[in-house]
Design a binder for this molecule. Structure first.
Ligand code: ACO
Length: 433
């Protein structure tokens, strides 16, 4: 809704323009600067998108100052407690919680598409035996675009919906295949008699020579973890998906692009980096040394799992994850790495009392405790970001769907402030000094 305007005046020329201010349901009002170039001949400069809204969205809201995260209006804490990942997928895609019948239909449609083309299974042979699973995931996800390209009509809502279901259905299969490839075990096909999370764990941990029954506590812990990762509005990977999507690229390739961004250690790669850091710290008495390094501007070391572009308060997801760690500790005491958890708790405690972290509002983020849960579930370190990608895949595809249906749909094309060389003439080799 537009309530008022902001006047922008160029003090050099005295020219002014009136920019409408839009207000959303929540969040700061947004100045619409679309007429800035036609009115004043200027662009805006905002490296890192610190204050730039790149789109309108109805999917997720987060208030970084208050530590609030809502999906379609529902608080993340309530979804984590009462919902399931697949139900949250439905909510993110369609905007409402499903009726039981809608849920069952959705689940059946996702299950129906859980297998991947047999040829995909041969793709893995091209990867080095110790390739990072994220590098494989990016490749195989992008390869799915070759299976669903010519026949996919981006302008057809039914085709777009089918694409969303395919992404959600195939992610667990691809993720588990990456793991099986890494350990040299045969791939396990999806089993549609199992629930979404059980099926994933079965594809990860069952083996032709033995039966595998996932622990219901582990199933629920992973379900909650996937819910917590499902979407997070316009973060780096989601913005990557949207930007690629705005060029009308194949959606599977767009999801692969999002994965590339997620893999970075400043983003989803942090969950793996946290465990490396905690292992390096070893015992709580080493924590002050690492805190001092994190504060030292000459040292590139940062406290991994701490800080967030938007949250200047507790990341609400990290509170839920910490609680799941305690639950696991109680119910699967032998699985949780107690020493690692204790070091993490102590590190959080010391950092939150330290003036450096207080001043900069640096709190634990979603990645700080998630690795402790994944470790307890037997998921190897190199797979942590893959699990993040598995959870986030619904957010990526829901945001892609929203983009494709946006009446303001336009190719994303940021501008720049050019500060390079002035125009000059080419100089041949023999005249260059
Ligand atoms: N350890 C130490 N200092 C930090 C940390 C940290 N983890 N994070 C930020 N700071 C400091 C910066 O050095 C800077 O200090 P200064 O003002 O004295 O220069 C200040 O806090 C602001 O930091 P920025 O880098 O400007 O914040 P930005 O919003 O750009 O970065 C980011 C956010 C990338 C998440 C950052 O906090 C970080 O690198 N954290 C560690 C990696 C991590 O956990 N990433 C996961 C993020 S959550 C997710 O993607 C799922």
């Amino acid at each position: 809704m537009t309530k008022h305007t902001v006047t922008i005046t160029d003090n050099k020329t005295g020219k002014s323009i009136e920019c409408p201010v839009h207000e959303g349901t929540y969040g700061p009002p947004v100045i619409d600067t679309k007429t800035l170039y036609s009115g004043l001949g200027m662009f805006t400069l905002d490296p890192g998108f610190l204050t730039t809204a790149s789109c309108r969205s109805k999917i997720t809201f987060l208030d970084g100052e208050k530590g609030i995260l809502l999906h379609r209006g529902y608080p993340i804490e309530q979804l984590a407690e009462h919902s399931t990942y697949l139900e949250v997928c439905y909510l993110l895609l369609y905007g409402e919680l499903p009726t039981r019948r809608q849920y069952e239909e959705f689940e059946a449609q996702v299950k129906f598409r859980s297998n991947v083309h047999e040829r995909v299974n041969h793709m893995y042979a091209g990867y080095l035996y110790d390739a990072h699973p994220m590098s494989i995931m990016v490749g195989v996800m992008a390869a799915l675009s070759s299976y669903y390209h010519e026949a996919l009509d981006l302008n057809d809502p039914a085709d777009r919906d089918l694409t969303a279901k395919r992404v959600i259905a195939k992610m667990p299969t691809l993720a588990a295949q990456c793991y099986k490839f890494a350990i040299g075990h045969p791939f396990v096909y999806p089993n549609n008699s199992l629930g979404y999370v059980e099926n994933f764990l079965n594809m990860m941990f069952s083996h032709p020579m033995s039966t595998y029954t996932p622990d219901p506590v582990a199933v629920r812990a992973l379900d909650v973890l996937l819910i917590l990762h499902a979407d997070h509005e316009q973060n780096a990977s989601t913005s990557t998906v949207r930007l690629s999507g705005s060029a009308e690229a194949n959606p599977f390739a767009c999801i692969a692009a999002g994965m590339v961004s997620l893999w970075g250690r400043a983003h989803g790669g942090a969950n793996e980096a946290v465990i490396h850091m905690l292992n390096e710290i070893k015992t709580p008495d080493n924590i002050p040394k690492f805190i001092a390094r994190a504060k030292d501007k000459k040292d590139t070391f940062r406290l991994m799992g701490f800080g967030h572009r938007v949250y200047k308060n507790f990341d609400p997801r990290s509170r839920v994850i910490r609680k799941v760690c305690y639950d696991l500790l109680e119910r699967l005491p032998n699985k949780v790495d107690r020493a690692l958890f204790d070091t993490a708790l102590k590190l959080e405690d010391i950092a939150l009392k330290d003036e450096y972290f207080i001043e900069r509002k640096l709190y634990p983020n979603v990645d700080f405790y998630s690795g402790i849960i994944l470790k307890a579930l037997g998921i190897p370190l190199s797979m942590f970001t893959v699990i993040f990608a598995l959870g986030r895949s619904v957010g990526w595809i829901a945001q892609w769907l929203e983009l494709m249906e946006d009446p303001d749909f336009k190719i994303g094309r940021p501008r720049q402030l050019y500060n390079g060389a002035e125009k000059r003439d080419y100089v041949p080799f023999n005249q260059r000094s």
